[in-house]
Design a protein around this ligand. Structure first.
Ligand code: TRP
Length: 330
């Protein structure tokens, strides 16, 4: 089974990204041949700063290895290192409907917020379809906000297959369920988020321990004093319980049982300790890789070589089926 996912090198990554993303990636690499891609080409669809893109690309790559992606088992690479992605996007634009792209809610939302709307923002989902289809992907672990883009990828695959002959596996999205609900500590009605959230309510994966402790300690709680999971009456405490399950690996019931009779103060301090214990080794590995850029670049070069090899046959097929001549010996 082939697994592919892409992550944008934008925004500081937080505990919600860990719970719904990084943690799942590390788990899925056990299930088959996994490709994880830092999608830097996607990041130029919004106005960006070049130096920033460079740093964030390396930051994210280091974080992917630090959270448990194994370069021996999985292929971790940067999208722009494998030129097949840009090529596939152009070829697939011929079988992508202009009308369907215009109906993408993410495009409509972002276009509304910007004065300069780039063509790339509009064609973004075509690039994404190429990412997935180049690897004959069966499964795409992905956030719920990407459902519409994934459906488009499936439509593109089906249209290409029916116009030019069977070429692509039609991929299936896998959306995280349990443990994915990490809410903002200050506004537990909203998801923890880089863009919409409150920085005080967001635990960044690279927050130092004292910052994590302060954020958890000042988290909004609810009236009453029981540590029970109740999404109607106790959103704040329910969120801290879920965070505890992410950090300790326990179930919700186990956390409730362990803290029966404990007060909010004690509970918060143990949640903070558990999050710090989760993050410390990740931060340690991250720092090692970030300080040894040559090693990180070697790991990414290896990922790029493996991806190129995996993507090449599909790209060749695409050119061939669409009627392109190919230079000899390439
Ligand atoms: N659009 C995705 C996001 O913002 C990132 C992405 C790009 C992706 N290409 C992909 C995800 C391919 C899965 C598969 O989250």
């Amino acid at each position: 089974m082939k697994i592919f996912s892409g992550i944008q090198p934008t925004g500081a990554k937080h505990l919600g990204n860990y719970s719904g993303g990084f943690r799942q990636y590390a788990a899925t690499q056990e299930q088959g041949e996994a490709f994880f891609c830092v999608v830097d080409l996607h990041s130029i669809t919004n106005p960006h700063d070049p130096q920033d893109l460079r740093e964030r690309t390396l930051d994210l790559a280091a974080l992917m290895f630090a959270t448990g992606l194994d370069p021996e088992r999985s292929t971790v690479f940067v999208q722009s290192h494998v030129t097949a992605h840009a090529e596939a996007a152009w070829l697939l634009s011929a079988v992508t409907s202009y009308g369907q792209l215009g109906r993408m809610t993410q495009f409509k939302d972002k276009a509304e917020q910007q004065e300069f709307v780039s063509a790339g923002l509009f064609t973004y989902p075509v690039l994404m379809a190429g990412d997935i289809l180049l690897y004959q992907t069966d499964i795409v672990p992905i956030g719920d906000d990407q459902r519409q883009h994934l459906e488009l990828s499936r439509d593109v695959a089906e249209r290409f297959n029916s116009r030019f002959g069977e070429t692509f596996t039609v991929p299936r999205g896998v959306y995280p369920e349990s443990g994915a609900r990490v809410m903002d500590l200050q506004q537990p009605g909203n998801k923890m988020s880089t863009t919409g959230g409150n920085p005080q309510g967001t635990i960044y994966l690279l927050d130092p321990p004292e910052v994590v402790r302060k954020k958890v300690k000042t988290a909004v709680t609810d009236s009453g004093r029981e540590i029970v999971h109740d999404l109607n009456e106790k959103v704040g405490i329910s969120n801290l319980i879920e965070i505890m399950t992410v950090a300790s690996g326990e179930s919700i019931a186990e956390v409730e049982k362990r803290f029966q009779g404990a007060g909010y103060g004690q509970f918060k301090s143990e949640v903070a300790d558990a999050v710090v214990a989760l993050l410390e080794p990740i931060q340690g590995r991250y720092r090692e890789l970030r300080e040894d850029t040559a090693e990180l670049e070697r790991m990414l070069a290896r990922g790029a070589a493996k991806s190129r090899e995996a993507a090449a046959p599909t790209l060749e097929k695409m050119y061939d089926r669409m009627g392109f001549t190919r230079p000899k010996g390439v």
